[in-house]
Write a protein that binds this ligand. Structure first.
Ligand SMILES: *[C@@H]1O[C@H](CO)[C@@H](O)[C@H](O)[C@H]1NC(C)=O
Length: 191
């Protein structure tokens, strides 16, 4: 940098420096994307090990949808509750800088989303890379309402492993229960 600009340390070099800086700033701003998702909390029949049961899901999927984003992206996730119970969603590990109302613990940062209602979580994943997860932050619902949140480095930013190259293959692994006993009745009976 210094060598390049040292050549002409006259008044002319200042506008050039300003132009380069502005160009770099614009670049980094346009690289971050706005991402919009819709989560519908709903009961769905899910089959595992030949056993079919109705469980609470996001968009009928178990595990729920994996969100794949880049560091610096802005996320908006509209959660609509079509289930029969109050629910909130927590973005586990997301730092939530100045977006505390999107953190998700029910009765801590928000009132639960009542059946038939919706709430939009808005936050930025800045300064974080890796695989996190999201999950319901309401009682037993978290057992089945969860999924991966994959934050990749921005374009041209090296990965923090594998000599900076993207991995050859990625397989998200989510551990969950495959014995779908009734979580609700289990909880009610244990109280
Ligand atoms: C459900 O949520 C509403 C408001 O969000 C709250 O007033 C109510 O107490 C909640 N019900 C339960 C059973 O937590």
């Amino acid at each position: 940098m210094q060598a390049a600009f040292g050549m002409s340390r006259s008044a002319g070099s200042i506008p050039l420096f300003v132009v380069v800086t502005l160009a770099l700033l614009c670049c980094s701003v346009t690289l971050a994307k706005q991402r919009y998702y819709e989560f519908v909390i709903q009961e769905a029949a899910v089959t595992r090990l030949c056993n079919s049961r109705k469980i609470m899901t996001v968009n009928g999927q178990f595990p729920g949808p994996a969100l794949e984003v880049m560091e610096g992206d802005c996320l908006a996730v509209k959660v609509t509750n079509k289930g029969a119970y109050n629910v909130t969603v927590h973005w586990h590990g997301v730092r939530q800088m100045r977006t505390g109302w999107s953190d998700g613990p029910e009765f801590v940062t928000q009132c639960p989303i009542r059946p038939g209602e919706s709430y939009t979580y808005r936050f930025t994943v800045a300064g974080q890379e890796g695989t996190l997860w999201w999950h319901a932050h309401s009682s037993w619902l978290r057992a089945t309402v969860h999924g991966a949140l994959i934050i990749r480095p921005r374009a041209k930013v090296p990965y923090p492993f594998n000599n900076g190259k993207p991995p050859a293959r990625e397989i998200p692994i989510i551990l969950g229960t495959n014995t779908f006993f009734s979580l609700r009745s289990l909880l009610m009976n244990s109280l």
